[in-house]
Design a protein around this ligand. Structure first.
Ligand SMILES: NC(=O)c1ccc[n+]([C@@H]2O[C@H](COP(=O)([O-])OP(=O)(O)OC[C@H]3O[C@@H](n4cnc5c(N)ncnc54)[C@H](O)[C@@H]3O)[C@@H](O)[C@H]2O)c1
Length: 347
């Protein structure tokens, strides 16, 4: 089976590419190589005979048509997106263009290709989205697949719009779609502008560990390799037209998360004196910062028998060790535009 993976040079897409190749799929990785991309993420499979790379932008319909015609995929896994909430506050335009217009072009290219193939029933367009489309929870409750959409940042609004387009293309044109909405990912190859790598790398550099607001915001953390496994499970066995919420069953406040990271670093790379937690600093909150996200994973568990394989403590330990072992990877990304700067406070 041949997969067309968009955004396969990014954090989650590259995990999907690596796992798919390991499981015997053929993979075409389509990526525009924005600031967030890194081809080193897929270096381990780059020479594999079942792997191909196409540098293309999902907003470029002609390029998409060419990629479909050349590679004739059996399924699309759509991960390409602008993904950083703080950047969406400073510059929402790119999020509208890539996440909404780009998804529209990809849907149209997939629909045209699917028609030329005789509309095979087994074709899949798998759209990968986020739990952020559901908005913000209070201290209790969880997002289910039927929770009404209530996005609150330009990022989540653009992802919500793309989800609606994908559903509409399924209903209106019969395009065989499946969708997933998942919680916050972490793990190896996480771009060094997101919370967990920022904390690890600032800790090692002796810099402040920034926590937005009072650190009470709650997120459900999903190890990226578990997410990739869940996505391939949904692709194979998910019901047509259905969406699945994927969670890590690991809710933590941001402060708890950072304290856990500090404790792991204290053990794996002790400081000459004191704890990394001495570097924690509370900084101005993100505008519109959602209080809590939590996923009800019942559908994934009961329909597909899927559960995450690691706890957040196990996953964070693996992640910290990976950053300690892969300094050349993250050093090369630290001078990219905006990395290391506080973004998203202009609003
Ligand atoms: N990171 C998370 O915690 C998380 C959680 C839930 C859902 N998601 C979703 O998963 C997907 C992947 O997230 P990620 O964290 O790996 O993102 P990422 O920013 O690490 O990677 C995105 C990739 O998409 C590519 N891309 C961006 N614009 C493009 C365009 N116009 N054309 C082609 N390629 C383009 C980039 O070059 C990059 O390689 C996104 O759709 C995101 O919304 C992410």
């Amino acid at each position: 089976m041949k997969l067309l993976v968009t955004g396969g040079a990014g954090f989650i897409g590259s995990a999907v590419v690596r796992q798919a190749i390991a499981r015997g799929y053929s993979v075409v990785n389509l990526d525009a190589l924005t600031y967030a991309a890194c081809l080193d993420n897929v270096a381990s499979v780059a020479d594999h005979p079942a792997y191909a790379f196409e540098q293309a932008d999902i907003r470029d319909r002609a390029a998409l048509d060419r990629v479909f015609a050349t590679h004739k995929p059996d399924a699309v896994m759509h991960l390409a997106a602008e993904s950083h909430v703080d950047r969406s506050i400073d510059g929402p335009g790119d999020f509208i263009e890539t996440n909404i217009t780009g998804t529209y072009h990809l849907l149209e290219a997939a629909r045209a290709y699917w028609a030329t193939q005789g509309k095979p029933e087994g074709f899949r367009f798998h759209h990968i989205s986020t739990d952020e489309v559901f908005g913000s929870l209070g201290p209790t409750g969880q997002f289910t697949e039927t929770t009404p959409y209530d996005p609150r940042s330009p990022y989540s609004a653009s992802k919500a719009a793309s989800d609606h387009l994908v559903r509409a293309w399924g209903e209106t044109y019969g395009l065989p779609i499946v969708m997933t909405n998942c919680s916050n990912n972490y793990g190896p190859y996480h771009f060094p502008e997101k919370l967990i790598p920022v904390v690890i790398l600032n800790a090692l550099a002796g810099k402040d560990l920034p926590i937005y607001g009072d650190g009470s915001n709650v997120r459900d953390w999903l190890y990226v390799e578990d997410h990739a496994d869940a996505l391939l499970t949904v692709l194979q066995r998910g019901k047509l037209g259905r969406s699945y919420n994927i969670g890590g069953e690991n809710e933590r406040t941001n402060l708890e998360l950072v304290q856990t990271l500090c404790a792991i670093l204290d053990e794996l790379r002790p400081k000459p004196a004191g704890s990394y937690s001495d570097q924690i600093r509370f900084v101005t909150d993100r505008p519109g910062h959602d209080a809590r996200y939590a996923i009800d994973p019942t559908r994934m568990r009961e329909e597909l028998g899927w559960r995450p394989s690691v706890t957040v403590e196990e996953g964070l330990r693996k992640t910290v060790q990976w950053y300690l072992d892969n300094e050349a990877w993250w050093r090369a990304l630290q001078d990219r535009d905006g990395v290391g700067a506080r973004l998203g406070v202009k609003a």
